[in-house]
Design a protein around this ligand. Sequence first.
Ligand code: FAD
Ligand code: SF4
Ligand code: SF4
Length: 499
Amino acid sequence: MSHREPSELAREAGAKLREVLAAGPLNPKDRMAIPAQEMPVQDHVDRRGNMNEVALGYTPEQARLEAMRCLQCRNKPCVAGCPVAIDIPAFLKAVADGDPRAAIDIIRRNSLLPAVCGRVCPQESQCQEPCTVGKALKNVDKAVSIGRIERFAADMEAAAGTPDVPEVKPETGRRVAVIGSGPASITVAADVRREGHAVTVFEAFHKPGGVLLYGIPEFRLPKSIVEREIAALKAMGVVIRTNFVVGRTRKLSDLVSKDGFDAVFVGTGAGLPKFMGIPGENLVGVFSANEFLTRSNLMRAFDRARADTPICNCRKVAVLGGGNVAMDAARTAVRLGADEVHLVYRRTEAEMPARIEEVGHAKEEGVVFHTLVNAKRFLGDSYGCVRHMECLRYELGEPDNSGRRRPVEIPGSEFMMDLDTVIVAIGNESNPLIRQTTPGLGFNKWGNIVADDDGRTSLPNVFAGGDIVLGAATVILAMGQGRKAAQAINSMLAAAPKT
Ligand code: FAD
Ligand code: SF4
Ligand code: SF4
């Protein structure tokens, strides 16, 4: 993928916008003729050496032009593709009219985290997938770039100053505990607090934000954006208690029976990494992607001079997996100065769950892809440090339950890779702590909390949402679940006001 210079893109968009505005009202054919706007990005060589955001964001002219490509379809197929049903044509029209402030007001009716979702939503399989423009051009990449325009509107709001702190109704005297501080919990905390209920967030880590902070790297989602959302919660009066592990510091049942919380929301995510279960996985230098990314993002391990827990210098790294987490880990290893980063995936690129954009960025940054390959065992040196990985080649067989063709081992295809670091990124499941310490709370066989559409669990006054219910999913789905659970909590508390 070759990218054009940001200044060239800006110049071209400025000229095109003047031309389009001078031509007068646009008909659908004119809109279809406006070129899809390329996202300006940091140079791929420069960015290997820094943690700064890769995508630089549209200029105002690019955002207007891109929004003008929208045909304002009456049936709004894009809205059906958005898990929180944002009125997409309405906000695109506001941007096309040069009014991003009105756009953000429309987006915020349904989404609490537009600067986050505009950056990390898998738009190509959500709102942009059914877009009429992409369908007409027979290319989903040419659909209206809804997410990028959403990001633009959110960034304009931030650039204009701190957004207004949402209004909070008079205190009701009711208290709600929120466990975890990822997108599901942030949403519940804001929506419940707005109704005047006191909200305390309990977070196991020393900083709030969940995966937005410790998982997704700075170069995809700047931490300042997450910190702004947390600051808004605090300004609303939400109390945040960090280093507080529910199930260890205090049991969930104690929050209700002893601490006087009227309702509890569990948004503890899916933070327990899965491993391969193969020989040598306990060697020094074999990390879970969670540990690697958390140390880099949250403990700032990349800052070797100052970090309390720096990551050792890795030279030759293998990342196992093909999802967004694998791409994030591989691209982080590049930025930590690795000479070579190899991504090892047992299916083909077509089956990779990672976003196409992330795969493209990883390749541009020099990550070497090995598909139809998987690790068989790791071998170490006399110090117990990983030094080699024995791999097996695969071919694709019949489709499995997920609909993807099953990778089948090719007998006798073993080969060796030399390396000093392995990052295992093959998925996450939920941490068992709350399950083990909360009798009566219903879980399914995968260890996820069983909850209805409104987040109600098997325990009275206990709600749940996000990855702890869905399994490892997405930010927008977690946020959507938080919204519904907050509504249910607010209705429950309104139906039984404090006497
Ligand atoms: P989380 O964000 O997981 O937050 C849960 C919080 O609960 C954590 O802070 C945790 O410390 C805390 N916690 C856990 N147990 C306890 C306890 N017992 N007591 C107190 N606190 C506790 N999604 C996308 O949409 N787009 C992407 O590009 C994307 N990239 C990703 C990249 C990575 C590396 C990872 C790991 C995930 C990615 N995801 C992405 C998935 C997305 O981040 C999650 O689906 C989402 O964050 C889930 O939100 P949540 O609120 O359910 O939980
Ligand atoms: Fe698309 Fe996500 Fe925005 Fe919905 S929240 S419109 S899915 S980018
Ligand atoms: Fe606009 Fe595409 Fe939605 Fe139609 S489907 S309203 S063109 S964004």
